[in-house]
Ligand binder design. Sequence first.
Ligand SMILES: Nc1ncnc2c1ncn2[C@@H]1O[C@H](COP(=O)(O)OP(=O)(O)OP(=O)(O)O)[C@@H](O)[C@H]1O
Length: 309
Amino acid sequence: MIEVNELTKRYGRRTAVDRLSFTVNPGVVTGFLGPNGAGKSTTLRVILGLDAPDGGGTTVGGVPFASHPRGLRHAGALLDAQQVHGGRTAHAHLAALARSNGLPARRVADVLAEVGLAEAAGRRIGGFSLGMKQRLGVATALLGDPPVLLFDEPFNGMDPEGVLWLRRLFRRLAAEGRTVFLSSHLMSEMESTADELVVIGRGRLVAAEPLRVFAARAARLSVVVGTSRAAELAGLLAAAGAEAVPEGGERLVVTGLSAERIGALALEHRFPLCELTTRTASLEEAFMELTADRVEYPADRQASAGAAR
Ligand SMILES: Nc1ncnc2c1ncn2[C@@H]1O[C@H](COP(=O)(O)OP(=O)(O)OP(=O)(O)O)[C@@H](O)[C@H]1O
């Protein structure tokens, strides 16, 4: 189990992680989601003892990871797949790690086969594609056969076949009873992978719950209404208690009233309708909405800052 308790981490005056608390349990895949700069990598680095917290703390299996005597046998991680010595072969890289962590040399061939790099074992890492480097990073994480695994943006640079392979691997690792924690800034990557979600924005916790609970909350319905008299209809619907937001010139996106009720109101007041569609928010939309005020560099703020210049 991974526990993060009131964790705070600052870089100069910037607070990267702000009194963050959550738990990651074994036996399930937990997704760690947040927009760019939310503090995911910082949190993972502190969990792994690579960065010291300014407040609070983290434990892996009940003890701070840095003081754990089992090292790679206790927790394996993929943080930055590019951070490898390009001049070494994949085999030499893993063999050196196995030696320094007191792991049996045969683990090297095992994990290379596991990640599909057996044939590339003798090639220099410098010539690897990003996807191959990610696979090597996964092999490194698996080297000590650890009960706890952390992956920072593991789908980066993966082709569709690689994404599918990774998904299956994560699910299998969790089914074996391990703790599997993976970060991403894309909900779509988590949809078919994670059981649990920890969502953060600007270093703070936004949600920690099963993905299906998050999905149920996301299923808030809106109704798309098409009419040539959009502004007038918006007024009527607002008076009836709905929120009607214009979308293009002749469409409204309405929340707070059912399609049936909107249709009845339009008929009663003789509004011509050319569309009346119920729309379910996608998980990606729900995630963006939930973290909208927690995005560090939102596109619209950038655009208006550019326009002001
Ligand atoms: N070594 C550092 N020095 C200064 N600031 C840092 C450092 N590392 C991270 N930060 C800042 O801390 C905040 C959180 O960054 P972090 O990399 O943890 O976010 P993230 O959620 O992993 O983002 P991304 O999805 O873009 O990787 C950002 O504002 C970042 O600029």
